[in-house]
Write a protein that binds this ligand. Structure first.
Ligand SMILES: NC(=O)CC[C@H](N)C(=O)O
Length: 452
């Protein structure tokens, strides 16, 4: 819908309020409900929003180490703009109209901290190179019979999973909660987040959903909205949905794998497929893959942005630990799926469900395009068998501090995303590490309290 059509839609449907939101640096949605008059007035000029939304961490503590905003600048408003093409009604909230926004500027002078603006830039580069993207993120997450208050009261101990025991792809377990299960499927689809598949994964109360693929920006919008939408639908059923990458040492973590392919602009041909190649991979596909492998150590925090992300990236839990690729291999960082022409794609398996989809997709696409532009040769053989033992090409950084420091010092990261973004983002990750480094965990208490 264009501006005139949206105005007519508001008038004809007697719309009284409109919700809009944007993703912060952690991919968490922040926004407001506004009066239709305010909405219409801002369509041209933008909407002023206090820039502390990029000066807070995920717990609303103010960063003390970023240049972009802070006490030094007095936290002024910055202009965000609504993207009219993102209109969808929220079916579980009286069908209120909802829009996504970002802090991009028509003159190209975007706010470097805005993740959606960053992805738009990478998408524009891809457009200019003549490719159409098809991307999709899939998520695993744990469901608990808890509320925010019971979690706080119980201090996150003895929390009750939606269902007991390990039971992957269980028809029984989902039938036992069919109101929630079908609400997820139906309401998400109505909210223009069509679900390709929804099933239980292995672990008490864990679900997995694959979102139907779309071009990269729409796919990132859907993935970002998906997490909040699932949480909101879950609340209605007295359930808390957690997208932590790893909520307990004893169970597998939660992935946020990203599936990708490049197509001709008219979407008639999958450019990643070559029937004559031994792996059914085109040269373009191989350059894209080589680019991702090459850039991985430079961009890891964009795939694994929290302290907790690195607890998931451990051996034997279907999450990668090495810089590897393989055909139909679930122990490598990248899995190639080549079953037929239309479905041939690359799956980046590093991201957990705690990623910011805009940043993870920007990293995946930009590094793939880097491989294409520089015609990087795929000189790493695919891993056959156990990827955890294949250390020929190096291993992933073990924690957020190492990963963020490498990215902060990386010329490639700056070339791909600009100094403004790299500086801001890596400072926020180093801040995150500092918050964790000074905390005393229950692991330390159990290990040292009495014995040491
Ligand atoms: N679906 C799977 O391949 C399992 C993924 C695994 N749970 C992870 O965290 O990566």
């Amino acid at each position: 819908m264009n501006e005139e059509q949206i105005k007519a839609y508001i008038e004809q449907n007697n719309i009284q309020k409109i919700k809009f939101a944007f993703a912060d640096i952690d991919g968490v949605l922040r926004g407001k409900v506004i009066h239709p008059k305010k909405f219409i007035d801002g369509l041209q000029s933008g909407y002023g929003f206090c820039d502390v939304v990029f000066g807070w961490d995920s717990n609303d503590a103010c960063y003390d180490n970023v240049q972009l905003t802070g006490w030094q600048s007095g936290y002024p408003d910055k202009l965000c703009r609504i993207d009219l093409s993102t209109l969808r009604n929220i079916p579980w909230q009286d069908d209120i109209p909802f829009f996504l926004a970002d802090f991009s500027n028509p003159d190209g002078n975007d706010l470097p901290a805005c993740p959606r603006s960053l992805l738009k830039k990478i998408k524009a580069e891809c457009d200019a190179m003549g490719y159409h993207t098809e991307f999709a993120q899939e998520f695993e997450w744990f469901n608990f019979k808890e509320t925010p208050q019971t979690l706080a009261d119980k201090k996150f101990t003895n929390i009750e999973p939606l269902t007991p025991g390990m039971f992957g792809y269980s028809i029984l377990r989902t039938s036992q909660n069919s109101d929630f299960y079908f609400d997820l499927f139906n309401l998400l689809t109505k909210f223009n987040i069509p679900i390709e598949g929804l099933h239980t994964e292995t672990g008490p109360g864990v679900y997995e959903a694959a979102i139907l693929h779309d071009e990269v920006l729409a796919a990132a919008d859907k993935a970002t909205l998906f997490k909040t939408a699932v949480k909101e639908i879950a609340y209605k059923h007295g359930i808390i949905a957690s997208f932590m990458a790893k909520w307990t040492e004893t169970l597998p973590g939660c992935s946020g794998h990203i599936h990708q392919s490049l197509w001709t602009k008219d979407q008639s041909k999958n450019l990643f497929y070559d029937a004559n190649d031994v792996y059914k991979m085109s040269d373009l596909h191989k350059h894209y893959l080589a680019g991702q492998l090459y850039c991985m150590p430079h961009l890891l925090p964009m795939y694994a942005p929290t302290i907790n992300s690195y607890k998931r990236l451990v051996e034997g839990a279907w999450a990668p630990t090495t810089i590897t690729w393989g055909v139909e291999n679930r122990t490598t960082a990248i899995r190639i799926i080549n079953t037929n022409e239309n479905y041939t794609r690359l799956e980046t398996r590093i991201p957990g469900s705690d990623t910011n989809p805009y940043l993870a997709m920007a990293a995946a696409l930009a590094s793939g395009l880097y491989g294409i532009k520089n015609k990087l040769e795929l000189n790493i053989e695919p891993t056959i068998g156990n990827g955890y033992q294949d250390k020929r090409n190096g291993v992933l950084w073990p924690n957020l501090h190492a990963a963020a420091t490498a990215m902060q010092n990386s010329d490639i990261a700056k070339e791909l995303f600009g100094e403004g973004f790299v500086d801001h983002f890596t400072q926020t990750r180093l801040w995150e590490y500092r918050q964790f480094a000074k905390s005393v965990t229950d692991w330390e208490l159990k290990r040292y309290f009495e014995i040491i």
